[in-house]
Design a protein around this ligand. Structure first.
Ligand SMILES: [Zn+2]
Ligand SMILES: [Zn+2]
Length: 177
């Protein structure tokens, strides 16, 4: 959902600023099949400052996210904190900017939409392989049991561990040295 706020008056003088506290609703985010559902709105506080070439938005946001645990698929509940960084220019003033400077346009009515910057900065902070608990034992790849609930007696294939391969490498290096 867009979150529009006015920047009227901020252009009266350099370094004028205004702080905006708010909440915005966000839809589910799907990152390569891992779906993150926002539980409640993303809350944020950003300070809008007239930086001369445009309006800088800087602040922080907090979101409560529910997503399947990447090991056992149960619901993982996470609180995500993000630094917010946005930049907004008046139409016609984006030509003078360095090419790598990303900027959004300020609307005719001198309002800006904070949602794209906030959402992008929150999404960057979503963990790639979320765990419902750091000590999650995961699902047994042999029998499919949730090892958090019931230990199973399956022999775990050693090759599953990425460290097994690393260890082989290390031994080889040492032998050569
Ligand atoms: Zn888990
Ligand atoms: Zn098992």
């Amino acid at each position: 959902m867009p979150y529009r706020t006015s920047v009227r008056g901020l252009f009266d003088a350099l370094a004028l600023s205004r702080t905006v506290n708010g909440e915005l609703e966000a839809s589910d985010v799907d990152l390569g099949g891992q779906v993150y559902h926002f539980e409640g709105p993303i809350s944020f506080e950003v300070t809008l400052t007239n930086a001369g070439t445009g309006i800088v938005a800087q602040g922080s946001a907090t979101a409560n996210v529910v997503t399947p645990c990447s090991r056992c698929l149960c619901e993982a509940r996470l609180t995500v904190e993000a630094d917010i960084d946005g930049f907004y220019v008046l139409p016609g003033h984006d030509a003078d900017l360095p090419e790598e400077q990303e900027a959004e346009l300020i609307a005719e009515d001198q309002s800006i939409d904070l949602e794209p910057a906030i959402l992008a900065d929150v999404v960057v902070e979503l963990p790639f392989a979320p765990l419902h608990d750091e000590s999650c034992k995961g699902i047994c790849p042999v029998c499919g049991a949730d090892r958090n609930l019931e230990p199973c007696a399956c022999e775990q294939p050693v090759a599953d561990s990425p460290f097994a391969a690393l260890q082989d490498l290390k031994l080889k290096d040492e032998a050569e040295a």
